[in-house]
Design a protein around this ligand. Sequence first.
Ligand code: SF4
Length: 316
Amino acid sequence: MLNDIKIIDEIYREGYLFAQYGIYLKKKFKEKIFKIPVDIGLGCPHKKNGGCIFCSEMGRPISVKYCDVKIPLKEQIEKQMINQSKKGFEKFYIYFYPGTNTYAPIEKLKEIWDFCLSYNNVIGLSIGTRPDCLEKEKLDILAEYVENGYDIWIDLGIQSVHQKTLDILNRGHKVSDIIKSIKECHKRKIKVCGHIILGLPRETWNEMMETAKILSLLEIDAVKIYPLVVVKGTKLEEIYWKGEYRTLDEKQYVNLVCDFLEHLSPYVLIQRLSKDKVPDNLKVSPEWSLNRFKIMNKVIEELKKRGSRQGLKYGQ
Ligand code: SF4
């Protein structure tokens, strides 16, 4: 794990119940930091295999202003920088968000990454991708940025560490790809934020808690936790209307997030506990609001009620 453990200990001493990434960033950099999401339109290699059953428009975002492949990259970055600077943000990460952002020839990727890091106020990159799309040569270039003092993250679509679940989701890769990609990143001091979905089809409570434990043992640096959302036009929608899958209700989801946090190492940073808003005309289920601040407050409330915190059951 590449996190600063002393800062995380301080976060708990101040009374926080989980290792909140935003608080960690403020303490580490002593400045307000914002992640600028950008869409560079790289698509996804898994598209030819039908894609993941929950994937909407192959990972394109649905509601982030200026994160739009139709807008030149420079403009996507600078428009958001101007807006966020007005809110007091001084330093930025560039976050390559929709699709598989390592799915391009190495020269093209290097040109894009170099361009993003040419801004004086950009301190690093977060690159969203699949576990089977992280070739050694690409990681080696990212390692050079780390050596030059940049903070480089891979935002890794994991969802679950159980092969039967990955197969149900049609993820098209193996659990071993997840393990290998985390290890290869860490070898090069590249940090990894795993994206996890709770409430996946046919996944049991024990299996979800095993995901928390295994990611902790792999010393993952951070996680983003999401509920599974049924979006129009996806394979999951068909399954949903056949009555073969039901989404979690809000209380079930909040309880599961708390259980997951309890089984996770206390030193894994928590970047998110819910999704961005999915427009009502595209969302099939669940009906409750996904607002991440609302969900975070409910999780805090529940942890307080339990007298619990992140990591309380880790190692038990
Ligand atoms: S890997 Fe990501 S972008 Fe590709 S199909 Fe799956 S969810 Fe969509």
